[in-house]
Design a protein around this ligand. Structure first.
Ligand SMILES: CC(C)(COP(=O)(O)OP(=O)(O)OC[C@H]1O[C@@H](n2cnc3c(N)ncnc32)[C@H](O)[C@@H]1OP(=O)(O)O)[C@@H](O)C(=O)NCCC(=O)NCCS
Length: 192
């Protein structure tokens, strides 16, 4: 496993190879069409910039020296959501699935987000992506919500399933949940 550092041509080529193969099979990873090499170069440049904040990372998983899987994590903007980190773009080349690489990528992302101090991990997965959902469940995530019809592919509509995993809570955390009261609360008129 290697964290994205400087983006060179070889890395761009290899990541493009993985993303292209995943998207060619209809993989739900955020591209509706196979991206160009330039697209991937720009995308990796965005990750490179995010990585310098130390609040994000893209992990590249190599087998026999070649990138076969990848995935990213990104903490929320500093402030009220800064303790929440999102896992994203988890994918494994179709030729190397079922070997544990997906699990390795997700576990590596969890470890890094954990050591960066994240309290809560979130991710989104297309509802019909039962394989990925099983992977995330195997890695300790549970479903907290479903956005019906949140993904559009031509005239098809799919749910977005949102999942989370709590990593830690500060010892002095006061859990308000959704009860009325507390900072930012407001009473509903019928409660007054
Ligand atoms: C989802 C994906 C990343 C899984 O990668 P993988 O390397 O095949 O997964 P692993 O071999 O590490 O599987 C680990 C565990 O996840 C679960 N799992 C993974 N794929 C599964 C599937 N198709 N069906 C059921 N369980 C699955 C299983 O619990 C598995 O453990 P097991 O092999 O002991 O049963 C891969 O299929 C992929 O790249 N899909 C396309 C892109 C995508 O959908 N990414 C997720 C976007 S949210």
């Amino acid at each position: 496993m290697q964290w994205l550092g400087e983006v060179d041509d070889q890395t761009t080529l290899e990541v493009h190879r993985v993303v292209s193969a995943v998207v060619a099979l209809g993989g739900a990873v955020g591209w509706l069409q196979i991206p160009t090499l330039v697209d991937i170069g720009q995308w990796l440049g965005g990750w490179r910039a995010a990585v310098t904040t130390k609040r994000a990372g893209l992990v590249l998983c190599r087998v026999d020296g070649q990138i076969q899987a990848l995935g990213g994590w990104q903490a929320g903007r500093e402030g009220a959501m800064g303790h929440v980190a999102e896992l994203t773009k988890v994918m494994v080349h179709p030729g190397t699935r079922g070997l544990g690489l997906g699990r390795l990528v997700v576990d590596t992302l969890i470890d890094r987000a954990d050591s960066s101090g994240a309290e809560l991990l979130t991710l989104g997965v297309r509802g019909n992506n039962h394989g990925a959902r099983a992977l995330y469940e195997a890695c300790g995530f549970t479903t907290w919500g479903v956005l019906p019809n949140g993904v559009a592919v031509d005239h098809h509509r799919f749910d977005i399933v949102r999942m989370s995993r709590q990593l830690r809570l500060p010892a002095d955390a006061v859990i308000h949940g959704s009860r009325a009261g507390g900072v930012g609360g407001s009473p509903a008129r019928h409660d007054e």
